[in-house]
Design a protein around this ligand. Structure first.
Ligand code: BTN
Length: 330
């Protein structure tokens, strides 16, 4: 497995960002993070290669010109205080997939609430075996490791919880609130800008762990190739850059809120909230593609397990859709 971002780089980044209004001496930095002044210089060089603008002032020290929008664990951890996500934040500059790494860590005993974050994914995975294009530092690529004491049949609710959290977090960045296409695609202007991939290791009566992978297109200037017709980013929509750091904090705080609500009050409030914010909940004419068939019908709400009810056009009654692709039909 690749190494996580060096904790000293993380500490250096936090120190510079927290002192962004002053010039901080190499000696002070060296003392604070426990390295030599020569090493400080080398780490600063490393940060520069990562796109962080650090100005060196002869004889006085260093000064960060702009707080970088890097998902640095130490700074995130301060802001996530009081949530289960503050303690175990694993940040990578480049990995294949945060979900794959999170599953590997789960197998090694990593606890509930651990986060895996990447600036770039080389093998980002989407639902149904598709890939998730993960341009460097443009999007949020985040996986939450959960060890929920719920039956595996309720696992689709975790995906809804994540979808609602991402929806609420993104709504604050957009003029109009995003739509959720069941189970978890976030849409704005009819195009997708976020998706969720939940994977789990379970026995019939118990979940060992679930990993909830959330991808949000934030600052992509354009979407590549044919994706441009169906996908977008917050920047493309609003014509301005957004802070991934702030968006991620809001996402995780909303996730914590919905997840606790789900654990304490069950599925009903989650399904009710989904009904409020998703145009796909009821009365939407859709084309459903499952592993075995494609059919059209009209959505008719959710079961409390999170499964979608669809009243079929072909008169064969109401179908319960556990998983599959949903598209708006004419
Ligand atoms: C989808 O809509 O198809 C789901 C996309 C999920 C993408 C995220 S990005 C972070 C996490 N790691 C992955 O490899 N996939 C998920």
């Amino acid at each position: 497995m690749p190494a996580t971002t060096d904790q000293r780089i993380d500490a250096l980044l936090s120190l510079l960002a927290e002192n962004s209004t002053i010039v901080i001496s190499g000696a002070t930095i060296a003392k604070e993070i426990g390295v030599t002044r020569q090493q400080v210089w080398r780490w600063i060089e490393k940060l520069r290669t990562l796109g962080v603008k650090v100005k060196g002032h002869p004889h006085t020290g260093y000064h960060i010109e702009r707080t970088p929008d890097i998902l640095a664990p130490q700074m995130l951890s301060h802001r996530l205080y009081g949530t289960p996500f503050a303690r175990r934040i694993h940040h990578f500059f480049k990995i294949d997939s945060t979900n794959t790494v999170a599953m590997h860590m789960a197998e090694q005993g990593e606890p509930h609430g651990a986060l895996v974050l990447a600036e770039e994914q080389t093998g980002g995975r989407g639902r149904a075996g598709r890939s998730w294009v993960s341009e460097k530092s443009a999007g949020i690529y985040c996986t939450i490791l959960l060890r929920p004491a719920i039956p595996p049949a309720h696992a689709p609710l975790l995906t809804l919880v994540a979808g609602l959290a991402a929806r609420d977090a993104a709504a604050e960045e957009l003029d109009g609130a995003p739509d959720i296409r069941w189970p978890n695609d976030l849409l704005v202007g009819g195009k997708k800008f976020a998706g969720i991939l939940t994977e789990m290791h379970a026995e019939p009566d118990r979940i060992h762990y679930a990993v909830v992978g959330i991808g949000i297109n934030v600052n992509q200037a354009r979407m590549p190739g044919e994706l441009a017709d169906i996908a977008t980013s917050l920047k493309i929509q609003t014509k301005k850059a957004h802070s991934r750091f702030e968006l991620l904090i809001r996402l995780l705080r909303h996730f914590d809120r919905y997840y606790n609500q789900f654990l304490s009050d069950g599925a009903q409030p989650i399904v009710r909230r989904f009904a409020e914010v998703s145009s796909y909940f009821r009365g939407k004419h859709v084309r459903i593609t499952t592993a075995t068939e494609t059919f059209t019908g009209t959505t008719a709400g959710l079961e409390t397990s999170g499964v979608l009810r669809v009243s079929r056009d072909d008169g064969r009654g109401t179908e319960l859709v556990l998983s599959g692709d949903v598209a708006e039909a004419d």
